[in-house]
Design a protein around this ligand. Structure first.
Ligand code: ATP
Ligand code: MG
Ligand code: MG
Ligand code: MG
Length: 474
């Protein structure tokens, strides 16, 4: 079937409504009363109150399409076909109601029935937890899935410490040998490959991880068993729209086309440029939704994530040759794409765009100061040893927000190298200073909290780590 993203989402909700579920709206990305979480990162995250028993739902069967942000996937974005920072999870949930015998055949019905998604069953594979023979038996004997479409996977056990835990079963779509990994050992569902696309995870929370227990064989059964599932909308849509990655679906394509117009470059001609197109499309979506939900760029917590995403998008814009501010123009495009389920984004597009623009203006100023410095430094290096000193590369990174790779690339274009060991040493020294500052802050109380916060490195590492602009404070 050729389904639009809007139809795909609506069909999921309609299917589970027909199985007695109540539809919960997509909640804010900003968790309510949950300091353990920076962002809502799954469908179940907004339903915790039901799962932990603090609130009893009117209906024990719930379905939703929930926007989610996973910053831990940031390095994957643009490089795998299937990861974004912002994505939507389609889910169905049983709060002590139905269990395996219902949920597995329903998942199969939704995916393969001609009345619903009508996916070719030949293309579907599953993984199960080796000890969970009950689940394997349902796949084999109730659904009728051939044994060679079922893989046992030791990682299929969901356990986040004390509390509910249990095995899960994951469903994969075979995109064909064209997407095989180089290493044949990886070419199976659950392996490191782009062929078997994980679309749906079904978690059976049936055990209670009690304090002190270390072996999941010892966990007692829960009196009320729950079901928690999550299917990535963008991945499912890539199946229906026959695209190589999530980014060529109707959820991203208009953004990429607009970036083509702005940059004058074309998608699909150069792998490295395609990464930039994808990163920009992903990040502007995440930032638009996050600001729409009330977060703002800043140097801490959620705000810092937004700042980093915006800056990464600007840097990738530069890689496509875009020198002018451009991100705010993409905001209404995101709003239009998502309008059928998230009309509030388009309604707030002017406000969101103005926040994006002022952040971009700030960052562009810093970047162009840095570019001037870089030009001077490169001139010097050309006259001298042909190498850019590590502490200068670090200054570009730390003060001007230049990703290290950008400095290396610019240097390479001019036939120069960068002293990586020197850069690493400067980075280490900076982290030690930050650690000291943090210790100081704890012992000396709140005085100068602003100053120290500005220099505390984020917990994320890698070239995406675009730190602080205001070094006059350091
Ligand atoms: P993967 O192994 O591909 O990283 P996952 O096992 O981490 O996925 P789950 O935590 O099981 O993902 O989340 C449930 C579903 O949500 C996945 O099966 C997938 O369809 C979707 N999903 C998870 N992470 C992302 C992401 N970063 N971008 C898009 N979809 C995602
Ligand atoms: Mg993952
Ligand atoms: Mg997985
Ligand atoms: Mg999974």
């Amino acid at each position: 079937k050729e389904l639009s993203s809007a139809e795909t989402r609506a069909m999921f909700l309609r299917f589970f409504e027909s199985k007695g579920h109540s539809i919960e709206p997509s909640q804010s990305l900003i968790p309510k009363d949950d300091p353990s979480l920076l962002w809502i990162n799954s469908g179940v995250a907004t339903l915790k109150k039901y799962f932990d028993g603090s609130v009893t739902p009117k209906n024990r069967r719930i379905t939703n399409a929930q926007k989610a942000i996973r910053t831990n996937d940031i390095e994957n974005v643009g490089h795998t076909a299937r990861h974004q920072t912002l994505f939507e999870m389609l889910g169905n949930f049983s709060i002590g109601d139905y269990f395996k015998a219902e949920v597995i055949p329903w998942a199969w019905e939704l995916l393969t029935s001609p009345d619903w998604y009508a996916i070719d069953p030949e293309k579907l594979y599953v993984t199960v937890y080796p000890d969970d023979q009950e689940t394997k038996d349902i796949w084999l004997n109730v659904v009728g899935l051939p044994a060679d479409h079922i893989y046992e996977e030791v990682d299929n056990f969901w356990d986040i410490g004390e509390g509910p835990s249990g095995p899960d079963t994951e469903i994969f779509y075979d995109r064909g040998a064209r997407f095989d990994a180089a290493d044949p050992k990886e070419n199976h569902p659950g392996g490191e490959n782009e062929r078997y696309l994980e679309i749906w995870n079904i978690v059976f929370s049936q055990f209670n991880h009690l304090p002190g227990l270390t072996n999941n064989q010892d966990y007692p059964e829960l009196p009320h068993k729950n079901i928690d599932t999550g299917m990535g909308l963008e991945r499912l849509v890539s199946v229906f729209q026959h695209t190589d990655t999530n980014f060529e679906t109707d959820l991203f394509w208009p953004i990429i086309q607009q970036v083509e117009t702005i940059s004058g470059k074309h998608y699909g001609e150069n792998a490295e440029r395609d990464v930039s197109f994808k990163v920009i499309a992903d990040h502007i979506r995440a930032v638009t939704f996050a600001i729409g939900d009330g977060a703002l760029p800043s140097n801490e917590g959620r705000g810092y994530i937004i700042r980093r995403l915006l800056r990464r998008a600007v840097v990738h814009g530069r890689k496509l040759g875009i020198q002018k501010e451009f991100l705010q123009q993409l905001v209404p495009t995101v709003g239009k794409i998502m309008a059928s389920y998230y009309p509030e984004v388009l309604a707030n597009a002017d406000y969101i765009a103005s926040v994006v623009q002022s952040e971009e203006t700030r960052f562009n100023k810093t970047l162009s100061d840095g570019l001037h410095l870089l030009a001077d430094v490169m001139n010097d290096a050309k006259q001298n040893q042909g190498e850019i000193a590590g502490d200068i590369a670090f200054k570009l990174y730390d003060t001007y927000g230049f990703p290290y790779e950008l400095t290396v690339e610019s240097a390479a274009e001019a036939g120069l190298t960068v002293d990586q060991a020197g850069f690493d040493a400067a980075m280490k020294a900076q982290q030690e200073r930050a650690r000291a500052a943090r210790g100081n802050k704890v012992s000396m109380g709140v005085q100068n909290a602003l100053l120290t916060d500005l220099k505390i490195p984020s917990t994320y590492v890698g070239w995406s780590q675009l730190v602080v602009e205001d070094t006059t404070l350091s």
